[in-house]
Design a protein around this ligand. Sequence first.
Ligand code: OSB
Ligand code: MG
Length: 376
Amino acid sequence: MKGVWQVKIERIELRQVQVSLKAPFETSFGRMDMKECVIVSVHSDGVIGYGESVAFSVPYYNEETTGTIWYMLEHVLIPGLLGKEVTTPEEVSDLFAPVRRNHMAIASIETAVWDLYAKRNGLSLAQTLGGQKQEIEVGVSIGIEPTVEWVVQNVERFVEQGYKRIKVKIKPGFDIQVVEAIRKRFGDELPLMVDANSAYTLQDVPLLKKLDHYHLMMIEQPLAHDDIIEHAKLQRELRTPVCLDESIHTLADARHAIELGSCRVMNIKIGRVGGLTNAKRIHDLCKERGIPVWCGGMLELGIGRLHNVALSSLSNFAIPGDVSASKRFWEQDLVVPGIEMIRPGVIAVPTNDGIGQEVCERTLERWTVRKLSQGL
Ligand code: OSB
Ligand code: MG
């Protein structure tokens, strides 16, 4: 960790924002057409660090919601951080270690402190995290649609935009046909993977084995959201690598999954693991154990997206993640100029201080539905 810093967190502000997606996004657990999240700003000596919560409005991906995030921030996390002298962002993780779960709530404020810390030290967030890459290759996640042909057309649109890896959502009854149609249309060379969001059980092993014939890069979270045991059994039955998403919340979870052989690839989401400090620790462990990782997405607006870009600059983010350009989901983003590709499938890691882009206060104000400001 570069830099020296010790200041008081003087003020913390919350804004719950709401904005429509360009098009609905459907996973095996439901369809979303509205984005709702909490923007956290942490103020110290005239500098502002930003974080963004990634829980949805309903607890179908994990147990948190926008409402539980707001509650935890207002009643537990802000009172715990306000007025504290913090020397490094890692201390925020330690400070909240007694809090059970609520990882997305913790991450929304922890990531804001990382941004603040980077800005106070005149460094980009990527440099502060120890990232080496100046640019990252990116993939895109494509939702379930009413027909297979509709998904194929979406794949075509994103392939044309240059995305380096295509992920399609699957669910029982909408799986083999989708993969078959995509392979038929685009051939075996297209880097393709599927994400089941926990929609299958071990009874589906015969069906999941059929996916072995389509040269998929991996199958993400086929089994229960809280399982690593049965995923290990499944991985032994499949040639296709299993990737875990929902099941990994902590460094210990990551270690257990690797030791059990529950996956050969890991998806790291900053929110799911409680912040950038834990994300980096899981990255480092996976690197040591020869498990490649990639950065997962949660339909983030610009602030969360820039945190993902910075994290993806670490060396073991070896596979293009769900870190698409702002325009994949948004007509307009909260940050200026927004996340854009510099070449097809490539996003530059910002070199400006912190997350590297300005938050547009006017847009933020327009999208705000609830506010809270607490100071010393
Ligand atoms: O499982 O990765 C997931 C979106 C909502 C909930 C869960 C997931 C996803 C995605 C979208 O796949 C990723 C993105 O933000 O592009
Ligand atoms: Mg997933």
